[in-house]
Design a protein around this ligand. Sequence first.
Ligand code: ZN
Length: 459
Amino acid sequence: MSGGTSLKADDLIRSLKDQFSQFSDRRDPLRIEIPMEDFLISGFAMYSLKFPSLLNFETEMKDKRNFSNMKGLFGVERIPSDTRMREVVDEVETEELRPCFKKIFARAQRSNILANEFSIWSGHYLLSVDGTGYYSSDSICCEQCLVKKVRDSETEELYHHQMLCGAIVKPGNKNVIPVCPEAIQKQDGRTKNDCERNAMKRFLLKFREDHPKLKTILLTDALHATLPNLDILEIMGMNYILSVKPGSHETLFKGIEKWETLNQIRTVVKEDEIGDKVKKKRIREYRFTNQILLANADVKRAVNFLDFVETIQWVGKHGVLKEKRVHYSWVTDLSIFDSNCEEFARAGRTRWKIENETFNTLKNQGYEFEHNFGHGYKNLSVNMAHLMMLAFLVDQLQALGCSSFRRAFVRAHETISRLWEYIKSLHTFFPVQLKNWEMLYGVIFEPDEWIKVENLKRE
Ligand SMILES: [Zn+2]
């Protein structure tokens, strides 16, 4: 850690709680029994401690010890019932959660973690953005639900929620820094379903508002490599490396074919050997050109194109030659040369981190993204998804810049699910009140040492 700003859980959570205390509260002031920040921090705590459901969380919190730990770890004075929590969080305007992301992100900037661990190409940052679904039901719905017809049915409908999520990523870095997501949902006053492309527009505008000076290179799938999007990116001063596909970008690929016959496509081939037990040959072929049309609709809009094929060959059992191949194509506004085409392909491929390191982690590594934490009538489902993303952000920053977290992680054999188990079991069964996260991680890292010190204090 450097730069003087702490990325320790205790400080990050205090910062969040501060922000939560500034949320508007529409409840009758005379009937406020639990402050707003306790509702939000309790929701956050549920994800932070990886509880599988709101009810499970509430049941556990009825235990006196659990409750006193909540006070130490999250500064919660009173924990609301699950029913009350649903009611109150449902009424919170989702946009009020945005400054929380900004505030925590600013800490990552001030601590230098962002610059040291994520910057590429003289201070640029790769922002990978993609949509994901996290809820679907044929009966329970809210004002924000997207609706689709069930296949082969005239009357049945399916309600669902999707979210456009973005994270700062870097090749070779296992961690990511998520930014505020944008719900793909019915917009105010509209009856029509929202779509991922519209959500992307809102996402980019709000991202730029939150981070006006961040030198950003956007990474998306082929859905977003469109002329209107390139216009928006230009206005906002953002660079891009966007996936393209022959099926969705016909003009571009026809142009490439034509330029190929004219010898206008530059090809660079790199070969090396990989693998320990089984030696494998890796062939990487980069084909690129600068200033080609993305679509006929705008003859002024030229893009730079990079095509990348990686082939890995090895001799399998019984002497059979095996082969694995991946193929990607991108367009970018940055110029491509022999000297940087490899780096471009590496950066373009980092887009997958939003699926692998973000969605998969959220869905399969304790956060239970697809579980239903209560649906509500207005914003509950979307707000809970935001609180979950905040918990993920806080965890990621600790992994990047908190030495106590890292030591506890090593103790958990560098398996994140095991660390969550340790934390939850200590939270539930540890005989002494946990005063803060430092203490929690200390107990995980050196339990014997901790007991020795405590005994000395008592003597
Ligand atoms: Zn809904």
